[in-house]
Design a protein around this ligand. Structure first.
Ligand SMILES: Cc1ncc(C[n+]2csc(CCOP(=O)(O)OP(=O)(O)O)c2C)c(N)n1
Ligand SMILES: [Mg+2]
Length: 599
């Protein structure tokens, strides 16, 4: 029997003879890898054989896309590498969607892609496809092991670059290169410390902030990745500035802090939008100001076009990319915040003069938004009223409010792409970073469930909860097998509205309710499916059952059990995703005239 000892968790030191498989696995050990997600395949079996003795757990999943999302979730919770591996050809192409999502989420995922053997490459043998072009636009770096002697060097570089550039990297290995004898040394990880940014730009930023009368801070994902929350809080308190979360980064600033205003963007906080609209200087901390995240919402075109924008980003290419800026600081969000705090604490600040007033405005806007949310129990458009009338199911908004109230302390929540998941943005508040995992700008359905599974592996003591629409659940529920088989207990909330709701909303608003492919009729009972798969399953029909069910599912997690709560909700629909990108239909051909918008 194989036995792992503490010593096995240390990589061998010094130049010596080993096989490329050993060099690969030892480099993983040197990089601190303890978990790898994937599906077994002959292409890398020689290396896989060493995982147990190297102290690396191989988490066997249901679909490689799931493994990619799990690696993403793992990376986003831990701040360390998420690693996934699969069989050359089809196993690798199955990764693509997940890696694209990780790319836009800036997750340091290392996707290991064994490829067809070097001696048959190009001959169209078995499971062959060119694996580098496929990932070229969704990775920050691609290493191709062109010689077996370079296995450790290139493996190490793929890991270093993922953290350095904050995004997925690919390690492509011809499958025959796992075998043979080589002589090499296992490189140590390279850790690069980021600084606060250029002195001149920090001085200019301090100048702008010191003279601002209504400064507002926008905290993005960079604040989370840089562990910069404490520094951001300090700076916000010095300026007494309202703080907004960037879109889907509701965990970038603690929700109980008096200066917190909530998220911008789709289904975000009206308080945050109204406050940032008043800004004369915005400090965009660790955000690229992505175009979707600042779109008008709730009828508010809130982006302060006249304000001076100071943008801080670790990636210089993001500065001024989306929005015009006055000052760009290429730096770490935490170090830059500290440098600004140091500069500003020595100066007199114009914003001190009206701080009391500003605090009162923040409080008043937040109170107004909360009471609006309290009264916003259901959607009020004609379609929603019609479908909700006579339905015994829950209103999605009321259900989401109940979930918010029952959310366990320290919870991690992943959200999928869909109408109800989007509406949840108004009801998701967090006290600590690394708590919210959304599909971000890649926006793929099927993201949330596998991602929370990976998150749970990284943080087994935290409650792990996925918000998933029933359509997206159909894409991803296969990973329940992983939860049960690998003993990774999580909670999935499946919002059963019997439709691909987010897309149906477009049919309602733009296509005169001509529904094509949006109804999810004759679905199985998802609670029963969960039970058949060895998890717990419960159908929730009443609002009063929502809180207790979430709490008992969290308790079940502590007992090692995965629970699917099938939430029965009406077919009502919130505001659409892409009002900005759709238009009423124009038709020129006679046969399609009946579908043209009536003017
Ligand atoms: C992989 C993928 N396919 C299709 C889409 C387009 N899409 C966006 S939202 C959506 C509907 C989601 O339906 P569901 O998961 O049931 O959630 P609901 O909108 O009903 O709350 C679809 C199909 C997508 N974003 N990703
Ligand atoms: Mg649905």
């Amino acid at each position: 029997m194989n036995t792992m000892t503490e010593a096995n968790r240390l990589a061998v030191v010094g130049r010596q003879k080993m096989t490329p498989s050993e060099a690969f696995v030892e480099t993983l050990v040197a990089q601190g890898v303890t978990n790898v997600f994937g599906i077994v395949g002959s292409a890398y079996m020689d290396a896989l054989d060493l995982f147990p003795l190297a102290g690396i757990r191989f988490i066997s999943v249901a679909h490689e896309q799931g493994a990619g999302h799990m690696a993403d979730g793992y990376a986003r919770v831990s701040g360390r590498h998420g690693v996934c591996i699969a069989q050359n050809g089809p196993g690798i192409t199955n990764f693509v969607t997940a890696i694209a999502a990780a790319y836009w989420a800036h997750s340091p995922v290392v996707v290991v892609t064994p490829e067809t053997g070097s001696m048959t490459l190009g001959l169209g043998g078995f499971q062959e496809t060119e694996q580098l072009p496929i990932f070229s636009k969704i990775t920050k770096f691609q290493a191709h092991v062109n010689n077996r002697a370079r296995m450790a060097e290139l493996t190490s570089r793929a890991f270093d670059r993922a953290l350095l550039e904050l995004g997925p990297t690919q390690l492509n290995i011809p499958r025959d290169f796992f075998y043979g004898d080589i002589e090499c040394e296992i490189p140590q990880p390279i850790a690069i410390e980021r600084g606060a940014g250029g002195e001149k730009s920090l001085d200019q930023a301090a100048e702008l902030l010191a003279s601002a009368r209504f400064p507002v801070i926008l905290c993005g994902g960079g604040v989370i990745m840089a562990e910069a929350q404490a520094a951001a809080i300090k700076l916000a308190e010095l300026l007494q500035a309202p703080v907004c979360n960037s879109y889907l980064h509701n965990d970038s600033f603690p929700a109980r802090h008096p200066l917190w205003c909530g998220p911008l963007g789709y289904q975000g906080s009206k308080a945050a939008m109204k406050l940032i609209a008043k800004a004369d200087v915005v400090l965009a901390l660790g955000t690229r100001l992505g175009p979707f995240g600042t779109l008008p919402q709730h009828g508010l075109d809130y982006w302060p076009a006249q304000a001076k924008i100071v943008q801080v980003d670790a990636d210089a290419k993001m500065l001024g990319l989306v929005k015009p800026i006055s000052v760009g600081i290429c730096g770490d969000a935490g170090a830059a915040s500290e440098a600004l705090t140091a500069r500003l604490s020595r100066r007199s600040l114009a914003c001190k003069a009206n701080a009391t007033e500003r605090l009162a405005t923040i409080e008043q806007e937040k109170r107004a938004w909360e009471s609006e949310l309290d009264g916003w129990t259901e959607e009020r458009d004609a379609w929603s009223r019609e479908v909700a009338k006579g339905s015994s199911h829950m209103h999605p908004r009321q259900m989401l409010r109940e979930l918010e109230r029952a959310m366990p302390e320290g919870a991690m929540v992943s959200t999928d792409i869909g109408n109800i998941c989007s509406v949840s943005n108004s009801y998701l508040r967090f006290e600590r970073p690394r708590s919210m995992f959304a599909a971000m700008s890649f926006g793929n359905c099927g993201y949330a469930f596998p991602t929370i599974v990976g998150a749970k592996v990284a943080a087994p003591d935290r409650p792990a909860i996925a918000y998933v629409g029933d359509g997206a659940w159909g894409m991803s529920f296969g990973e329940l097998q992983t939860c049960v088989r690998e003993n990774i207990p999580v909670t999935a909330l499946v919002f059963n509205n019997e439709q691909w709701g987010a897309e149906k909303k477009n049919h309602v608003d733009f296509y005169a309710r001509r529904f094509v492919g949006v109804n999810l009729d004759r679905q199985p009972s998802w609670a029963a499916v969960a039970k058949a798969m060895g998890a717990e399953g419960q159908r929730i029909e009443k609002l009063s059952d929502v809180g207790p069910a979430l709490r008992s599912a969290s308790k079940a997690q502590r007992e090692g059990k995965t629970t699917v709560l099938e939430m029965m909700v009406t077919r009502e629909l919130g505001d659409p995703f892409r009002r900005d990108a759709l238009a009423l239909p124009t038709r020129h051909l006679a046969k399609y005239k009946s579908t043209a918008a009536k003017s």
